[in-house]
Design a protein around this ligand. Sequence first.
Ligand code: 7TS
Length: 418
Amino acid sequence: MISKTAKALDVQALRADFPILERVVNGKPLVYLDNAATTQKPRSVIQSLVDYYENYNANVHRGVHTLSMEATDMTEAARKRVADFINAPEPETVIWTRNATEGMNIVAHSWGRGNIEPGDEIVTTPMEHHSNLVPWQEIASERGASLRFIPLSDDGTLDLSDLDAIITERTKLLAFTHASNSLGTINPAKLLTEKAHAVGATVLVDGAQSVPHMPVDVEDIGCDFLSFSGHKMMGPTGIGALYAKRELLEGMEPFLTGGEMVLQVSYEKASWADLPWKFEAGTPNIADSIGMGAAVDYLSALGMENVREHEKRITEYALERFKEIEEVDVFGPEDPELRGGVVSFHNEDVHPHDLGTFLDQQGIAVRTGHHCTMPLMSKLGVVATARASFYVYNTEQEIDALVDGIKGALRYFGNGLA
Ligand code: 7TS
């Protein structure tokens, strides 16, 4: 179904905004299909970093001089733009982090330690990235709580048929990924949040693969926490954001302590600064927060409905073309409404690393491995997959190059494909 409000993006025109897409790799034009790992950056984002370092590089929040005030205004304006992008009610509810992983760890250490009690249950899914699984394993074992998993259906969606038996009065937290980096599955965030809230549980959404690719509205979903990374949405590495409801942040102890996050300090004790700085100890990543603001501007100008629509189309095209290669198993839901632009695939005769190396010779960048979802790989019965993941600048011609490349690899490694 094509959204009524979406309009087709001029992909050729927007490709010109990404200098790296001009690159030649191994004698071939770069076909960049590793966007779930990190995305490419438009010139406006790169320029925002250069602009900061060339014109107003200074530390923030502690200076009365012009450069410091300019840097402070720019990083706080970027926070406001990130907050608006996810429809957070106020910028103070958005904390700068290093990445999605750090956001999840803030929730685990600051909220988890203060709230999870012996006997509590933490409900999650079998498709979590390690960064939304391992912190919960740690907190569960420290606090005497246990993990429960919503089962996975054969089509790669969550099996919600027995949800009321899994999310119960014992559930203290529901932590799930909005979109899977290995299967592509988009989970029903609002419905899951409502179920969890109905039993009084708190909800953490891992937005690492959703915020960059579709409209995400924290007020509509109703979640308590949402964590995501700048580098997966055209921004720089080393910057991310954690959204949380104000009352939760106010009730949480800081994750890190030191400079910038204090109000009053004596030799004996300290009191904490207001939100959001209570959670931002030390000199923050000023340049990259401004870069993340520039990325949000770029995406907002494209329109997230349009971004989603383009990726849905490309994914549908890719799934259609993959049907030509019978030797290859494709994981995840078939319905493009239920999946993002991630296609993981596997052939039992060709190791994914060999396939990835062969594709690299054609200038095609895909990721191979377990994608930081090792338990999911064993559930799927493989040790690794190859994965193509798309973004707004990918074209049908690039999917054609991928499919031709896979066919070439199967021929090369000699499993009988003509
Ligand atoms: N959650 C999901 C769903 C992810 O896909 C990733 C990164 C993370 C969390 C962690 O993000 P980070 O920025 O903190 O590292 N996923 C991938 C990937 O699929 N390939 O490389 C990184």
